[in-house]
Design a protein. Structure first.
Lengths: 226, 399
């Protein structure tokens, strides 16, 4: 049984003219346990919306999202929060670290709502991403590359089954991007988490064996001009 | 564990507004507690205060004026009565002790009260008489003064010092008398209005040069201690109903209670004002948190993305408002002690009645409870806004 199984998933936003603007229309998508898959797609092709649906941040209009054997569609918001807290890690392009919290506290918050705070594990994760000397630094006291590494440690803090990464290297320079991506992939593997990454960056996509094009997956995405 | 961390972080991230709103809670809460305690304590202290007497006999007048003048040494004397009235009541079978007093002079605003040496046999509290702590009691007919402890301290007079009295109840330096009095003793503090008085022999006031010659055989009032307080009813009937020349003010506590009855409306207005101030302060908690909701949206969205439930966020905001009130109410106790200490000092200086600024009163428990509860309640409004924060839109989607 795959870790993630999506069928006939649809999501539309209200369009300014009052109609519905369908953004996600995915007939079928599967992701195996511990697999690492990249989705390529241009800006506006619905990548973020797709990941937010899987994370339970957005509720689908119709269709099914089975994660780890549990059907997300139809769950109440608080139940989806619970699933996110226990089985999903999320890495954002803008890192989304809490500015008032230290690196260690950010990682601790990543586990607080799920399995509960475990300081030793949080420290071990920060050590793994090379930040054992920066535990008590605030995000603004860290470089962008270091901030992204805190975000990686935080995404793994709740021992997730699935890590979602939304253009995780979009704000980093070349060298940092390459290293960060390597770190994300290794860390997910070591922690037994599957990785679903979305990006429009050829260089990033080139690192993955399995790359799927979103416009083929998502009938709502515009076909790229060729 | 997580919730207190989120609340503490947020309080620190908005430090300035935390401090300002907590300070407004502190002022309002301190004021609330101080007004309540001073109000109830002074009501209590004044009504219980009788300086050791059950009743006052004086010229026909309002009982309240008689009591204020003769017991509290405030206000003007309503007029004199002949010495024979003192002799009559002193002989009455129901009376244990009668103390004639005469007023009309002061020294730097502290009243000279002429009386007999019987003063020193009065028990102002069970087992406690007006006793000389330093020096000795005055002797009838001599120009000697025994000072109340508070008057002595304020006037910086010691045993052996000499002074000229001034005419009138209020100090006027042009009204100096020629007589020279010597301080012969200082009373132990009694925590009664007697502490603010300069006691001299009765003849002193009666014969002071420049006083009306006919007042030499008159007194201002008679302080009465009854053998059995119930006996006051008979005397009251005799003086107030059958006679029309004198007034017998009895029981003293009831007369003073009438004073508080008269100013009850002021009490109510004060209460209302204080509650309004408290409401405004809790409103300021609401306003400051509500206004910062825009800055908080992203943090809320991030917490939600990490799996925090909407009602956890709701609770965090309510707790933050309550926490501001908790901090404010801790500081409020300093404000409360400051206000009551000053108020107690003023009341003591002006009336001789002693309030205890540190006394326990239930308001000290339920004012904090009310302020914290109201602030938490006010927090519900921004908390609802926090609850409804759209997660996807506030995660700063970059497309
Ligand atoms: N909250 C929203 N309301 C309306 N339209 C939205 C909203 N969020 C995204 N969209 C639209 O949906 C489309 C897909 O957005 P998004 O999922 O962010 O794409 P991507 O991440 O691939 O750039 C875009 O056209 C975007 O304008
Ligand atoms: Mg996007």
């Amino acid at each position: 049984m795959p870790l993630l199984e999506i069928s006939n998933l649809k999501k539309a936003y209200a369009a300014p003219d009052g109609g519905a603007n369908v953004v996600v229309d995915v007939p079928e998508f599967k992701l195996d346990t511990q697999a690492q898959v990249a989705l390529s797609g241009e800006s506006g092709s619905g990548k973020t919306t797709f990941l937010n649906l899987i994370a339970g941040i957005l509720a689908p209009d119709t269709g099914s999202i089975k994660l780890n054997g549990l059907e997300l569609a139809g769950l109440r918001e608080s139940a989806r929060d619970r699933v996110r807290a226990t089985t999903i890690g999320y890495i954002f392009q803008t890192f989304n670290l809490l500015q008032g919290y230290t690196a260690l506290e950010n990682v601790l918050l990543g586990m607080s709502f799920g399995p509960g705070a475990d300081r030793e594990f949080a420290k071990a994760l920060l050590k793994r991403v090379g930040l054992d000397a920066k535990l008590n630094h605030l995000p603004r006291q860290l470089s962008t590359g270091q901030q992204q590494r805190v975000a990686v440690a935080r995404a793994l803090a709740n021992r997730p089954k699935l890590v979602l990464a939304d253009e995780p290297t979009g704000n980093l320079d070349h060298t940092n991007a390459r290293e960060s991506l390597k770190l994300i992939r290794e860390a997910c593997r070591e922690n037994g988490a599957a990785l679903l990454l979305v990006s429009h960056d050829r260089e990033v996509l080139g690192q993955f064996d399995a790359v799927q094009e979103l416009h083929k997956l998502n009938r709502a995405a515009e076909q790229p001009v060729s | 564990m997580t919730l207190p961390l989120i609340v503490a972080k947020s309080l620190r991230q908005h430090l300035l507004s935390t401090v300002v709103t907590a300070a407004s809670i502190a002022l309002a809460g301190g004021l609330l507690m101080a007004v309540w305690v001073v109000k109830t304590q002074s009501n209590d202290a004044f009504t219980k205060q009788n300086a050791g007497f059950d009743a006052v006999l004086g010229a026909r007048s309002a009982k309240l004026q008689l009591v204020l003048n003769a017991i509290f040494h405030l206000e003007a004397s309503p007029g004199n009565l002949p010495w024979t009235d003192y002799e009559d009541i002193a002989k009455n079978a129901a009376v244990a002790l009668a103390l004639p007093i005469a007023v009309g002079d002061n020294y730097h605003g502290y009243r000279l009260v002429g009386t007999t040496t019987n003063l020193f046999t009065v028990e102002h509290a069970p087992g406690r008489k007006y006793r000389v702590a330093e020096g000795e009691e005055f002797a009838a007919g001599y120009m000697e003064a025994v000072l109340g402890s508070f008057a002595a301290r304020q006037l910086k007079l010691k045993v052996g010092d000499k002074f000229h009295p001034y005419h009138g109840l209020n100090f006027d330096e042009k009204q100096k008398h020629d007589e020279l009095y010597v301080v012969i003793g200082i009373l132990e503090p009694s925590n009664t209005p007697a502490d603010r008085v300069i006691w001299i022999p009765l003849e002193g006031i009666q014969n002071m040069k420049g006083h009306d010659a006919k007042s030499a055989a008159e007194i201002s009032a008679v302080l009465v201690k009854l053998k059995n307080p119930i006996a006051g009813r008979g005397l009251e009937l005799m003086y107030n109903k059958q006679g029309n020349r004198l007034t017998f003010a009895w029981p003293i506590a009831q007369v003073v209670a009438e004073l508080f009855g008269k100013i009850a409306w002021f009490d109510k207005v004060l209460e209302l004002v204080v509650w309004l101030v408290a409401a405004v302060a809790t409103g300021s908690v609401l306003a400051s948190i509500y206004n910062s909701m825009n800055e908080r949206r992203r943090d809320i969205a991030i917490l939600r993305a990490l799996g925090a439930r909407a009602h956890t966020i709701f609770l965090a905001v309510v707790l933050e408002c309550a926490a501001i009130a908790v901090l404010g109410m801790i500081a409020a106790f300093a404000v409360y002690l400051g206000i009551t200490t000053v108020a107690a000092h003023i009341i003591r200086t002006e009336t001789g009645v002693v309030l205890d600024a540190f006394a326990w009163h239930p308001i000290l428990a339920w004012a904090p409870a009310a302020m914290i509860g109201l602030s938490a309640l006010a927090g519900v409004i921004p908390a609802v806004k926090a609850y409804r924060t759209n997660v996807a839109e506030n995660l700063v989607p970059v497309s």
